[in-house]
Design a protein around this ligand. Structure first.
Ligand code: FES
Ligand SMILES: [Fe+2]
Length: 376
């Protein structure tokens, strides 16, 4: 570990500042409607862990924008996803968020048309069947990776899941992601635009002032840098401090270290994977934390954080993940506060757009990604 005092990063200049997105991009409901079409309905969206719906007929409902999707398993146990819409007159088929389709049939509550778990229309009371009518449920693209289920509402997704992952799925190869189990989840609504969530996630300019506990765990963050790539002159590794085992309230691991990790991965202590616009995964030495978001309104974002552990760790009668959960929640609360004051301040009449400093290069990249999708 480098001596921090002898290696201060060079100061960036205000002259290098760049314009942020426009005020209306964060406040205007019509922008959000356009974003749903340009981004959210065309990218892969995390639904839930695979083992939340383990058996044929088990289902989970996921909402994105004004779209409501059924994710289930057919009789062979394969994942299937459908728009939650009956082909007769468009009634919602299913209003429970989680359950099992009894007898392998999805039955419309209105006039009782029924569908099998592959979405084929099976019965139409008081009507003769006509297969040529082709009135099966509208399918939705779905795929599982690392024990997670994802859907994509595009007719033909432009990219396979993970093609746009930053840096790439392979970075988590040494974590047994698909076998991990959910120990705890926390869902809340953030009073800010969804892009503010990502802007805050993508920079550590705020870290010294907002996350004192985290800065003790990751010394680089104290220098307002999120990665050692932004300012290599800082010469501080993007790793946890010496003696830190994990991101927990006492820096000690709460579960055995994953056996497949390399010594370097253990030393770094956090490996990140980002799947815009919806999820990031933070893999630590003893657990994995994954956070997913969805826009609810221009100024409201749903956040779900999940803490995943190995089944073996969870089977131990002494297993207690609370120190990992408490630490994660502390960081989430600190970030929630700044995201929400950021949103409130944007309404000022003279405000047109913000300014981005060089430390916020990943935010600049995020805005480039966003602008390209919105003008396409
Ligand atoms: S709307 Fe579904 S059966 Fe009539
Ligand atoms: Fe933060």
């Amino acid at each position: 570990m480098e001596d921090e005092s002898s290696s201060k990063p060079k100061l960036f200049s205000l002259q290098d500042i760049q314009p942020s997105l426009l005020k209306r991009d964060y406040l205007d409901q019509s922008v959000m409607e356009a974003e749903l079409k340009a981004l959210w309905y065309t990218h892969w969206i995390y639904v839930c862990r695979e083992n939340k719906i383990p058996k044929p007929g088990d289902y989970s409902i996921v909402d994105i924008g004004n779209q409501r999707i059924i994710v289930t398993r057919n009789n062979e146990g394969e994942l299937r996803a459908f728009h939650n819409t009956c082909r007769h007159r468009g009634s919602e088929l299913c209003s429970q968020s989680l359950g099992n389709f009894k007898g392998g049939r999805i039955v419309c509550p209105y006039h009782k048309w029924s569908y099998d778990l592959d979405g084929n229309l099976k019965t139409t009371p008081f009507l003769e069947q006509d297969k040529s009518a082709n009135l099966g449920l509208y399918p939705v693209n779905n795929v599982a990776w690392g024990g997670n289920i994802y859907i994509n509402l595009a007719n033909k997704p432009a990219t396979a899941l993970g093609e746009n992952a930053d840096p790439s799925f392979t970075i988590l190869d040494n974590w047994p992601l698909s076998t991990l189990q959910l120990a705890h989840s926390h869902r809340y609504e953030l009073a800010c635009n969804w892009k503010i969530f990502w802007e805050n996630y993508l920079e550590c300019y705020h870290c010294p002032g907002i996350h004192p506990e985290l800065c003790k765990i990751v010394p680089l963050y104290k220098q307002n840098l999120a990665t050692d790539k932004i300012n290599p002159a800082a010469n501080i590794p993007d790793a946890v401090a010496k003696g830190v085992e994990s991101w927990t309230t006492d820096s000690k691991a709460v579960a055995p270290i994953f056996s497949g990790l390399s010594p370097e991965e253990i030393t770094i202590g956090h490996t990140y994977l980002t799947l815009l616009p919806n999820q990031f995964i933070a893999a630590h030495s003893d657990y994995v934390r994954q956070v997913s978001i969805k826009p609810l309104k221009a100024d409201t974002t749903e956040v779900t954080c999940e803490w995943l552990f190995s089944p073996k760790a969870m089977a131990d009668p002494a297993f207690d993940p609370q120190r990992a959960i408490d630490f994660g929640n502390l960081i989430l609360e600190q970030d929630a506060h700044v995201c929400e004051i950021n949103q409130r301040g944007l309404s000022a009449l003279p405000h047109k757009h913000g300014h981005l400093a060089p430390q916020e290069q990943d935010v600049i990249n995020f805005h480039q990604w966003y602008r390209q999708l919105m003008i396409a």
